[in-house]
Design a binder for this molecule. Structure first.
Ligand code: CU
Length: 165
């Protein structure tokens, strides 16, 4: 890709970025992985969710096909759907498409990386995750751990932990 195009994209990104600095976690191929965070579903939760921004600055479509982590027994790619006014999570079986030139955000209330059965590797300096891309291959990142949400409201409780009303 010409350097000029990269500059244009960077400039745009800076303009659109929130006041909190967008922190790049990793780059691989044309992919830029930024703004990562992970949080447990609650103080005593055995599940958690992670969010990040995936920018495909390359010229080839890519796809996030899976994620693995020693911090959980199972890691799945999830989305939220609303059935009869009730939000629930579904696994994204086919992965998350990352079209060339586009930025895809995994954020609260939307797509996320789901951690089921948290292990001792969850916490401390962050949550280690290996992202598996169709084109870019495996990319390791460490996602900063955010405080668990209050019990009042949270969009990412796994159903069996969702005890609020
Ligand atoms: Cu989920």
């Amino acid at each position: 890709m010409p350097a000029r195009a990269l500059c244009a994209i960077s400039a745009l990104f800076v303009l659109l970025a929130p006041p909190a600095v967008a922190e790049t976690l990793a780059e691989a191929g044309g992919l830029v992985i930024a703004d990562g965070s992970a949080r447990a579903a609650g103080a005593a939760a055995r599940s958690g969710a992670a969010y990040l921004t995936l920018s495909n600055t390359g010229e080839t479509d890519d796809r996030l096909v899976a994620a693995t982590s020693p911090a959980a027994e199972r890691v799945e790619l999830h989305d939220h759907v609303v059935d009869d006014g009730i939000a629930r999570m579904v696994e994204i079986e086919s992965g998350i498409p990352l079209p060339a030139g586009e930025t895809v955000s995994l954020e609260q209330g939307g797509m996320h990386i789901m951690f089921l059965g948290l292990t001792d590797a969850w916490g401390g300096d962050g949550v280690p995750v290996t992202l598996v891309f169709e084109q870019a291959g495996e990319v390791e990142v460490t996602l900063p751990l955010a405080a668990a949400p209050s019990a009042a409201h949270g969009g990412d409780h796994h159903p069996e932990h969702d005890s609020h009303h």
